[in-house]
Design a protein around this ligand. Structure first.
Ligand code: ASP
Length: 308
């Protein structure tokens, strides 16, 4: 049995390839890396990898995280510039006993020493988006540009029971240079323990960190919750915190995959698309917030027009 899950519509194409790899007996690590690289390499996806959303100074500064569910080792890069595939660096760093999280220039130097390709990650599109947003700021429009963000998170389980979680993002549009979100932070942006399952989050990193959301979801699976129950309960905990403090619900979504191949998703958004892959194929699903509660189910691409 094998299974794979990824955040947002943008993960579908890579997830489809990754699912085929799992179906051919490839390992979870190769499949998760493939799924995420597919998003990183495509400039049409504006919040991940090549052509992603710049920081306030116009640089594209990327975060990526990786966790091996067998060894519980993690790797990650933060605010990294010029890395063609941040997820490859995160995966390689995960093999190390020390120095497994590298920021800024250290991440770039590591990529060079590991023989990973560098690339100017800015595109004409990313620079145009940046100039337009900076103009809006100069015109004293409020920084609603922070709303532009999304992370590709993928969790995979292979036929040998190995599990891996990976994340990759440019974080918040117009973030302060050096800002690090939840995505490369183990426990917040992702967590994976092959005995129980994996979880990963997308949304405002500053909120996700407050609940160590991904660890919380895996810990609920350890205590017997299904992947779906774990997502709902972990997110409920964070929403309760917001309510108690009189704050807005925030924008946070969570996915999970249990060691038995069960899928889970929850969101504070009206609609959160995600993709799943298994022996049944790879397809899009959506989590919807309805007056009756959370509704999860398959979704046709045309139902998700205009949604990431
Ligand atoms: N969690 C990411 C961050 O805060 C952004 C996102 O997933 O939307 O950097």
């Amino acid at each position: 049995m094998y299974a794979i899950i990824g955040t947002w519509k943008m993960s579908l194409q890579g997830l489809t390839e990754a699912r085929d790899m799992l179906a051919c007996g490839r390992n979870a690590a190769d499949a998760v890396e493939r799924a995420i690289m597919c998003v990183e390499d495509n400039p049409a996806y504006v919040s991940v990898g090549y052509g992603a959303l710049p920081a306030r100074d116009g640089r594209v500064l990327l975060d990526a995280g990786w966790m091996d569910g067998q060894t519980l080792r993690v790797g990650g890069v933060m605010a990294a510039e010029n890395l063609r595939n941040p997820i490859r660096a995160a995966r390689l760093l995960c093999g190390r006993e020390t120095n497994c999280l590298l920021a800024g220039r250290g991440a770039e130097q590591f990529a060079v020493s590991a023989g990973l390709p560098l690339r100017d990650m800015r595109t004409q599109g990313s620079q145009a988006r940046w100039r337009e947003a900076m103009q809006a700021l100069a015109d004293e429009e409020p920084l609603t540009a922070y709303r532009g963000h999304d992370t590709v998170c993928v969790i995979g389980l292979d036929a040998q029971g190995r599990m891996v979680a990976g994340t990759s993002t440019s974080g918040l549009f117009l973030k302060e240079p050096g800002r690090v979100g939840d995505s490369p932070l183990v426990g917040s942006g992702f967590y994976c323990d092959a005995r129980y399952g994996g979880a990963a989050a997308t949304g405002l990193g500053e909120d996700i960190m407050r609940g160590c959301l991904s660890y919380e979801a895996v810990s609920l699976m350890r205590r017997g919750a299904s992947a779906q129950e774990a997502c709902e309960e972990a997110l409920r905990g964070l929403s309760d915190t917001h309510r108690r403090l009189g704050e807005d619900a925030g924008s946070v979504s969570l996915i999970a995959l249990s060691a038995q191949g069960g899928f889970g998703a929850a969101t504070t958004l009206p609609l959160f698309p995600f993709a799943v892959g298994s022996a049944q194929g790879a397809y899009l699903c959506a989590a919807r917030t309805t007056p009756q509660g959370l509704a999860i189910g398959p979704a046709a691409p045309e139902e998700l027009d205009g949604v990431d």
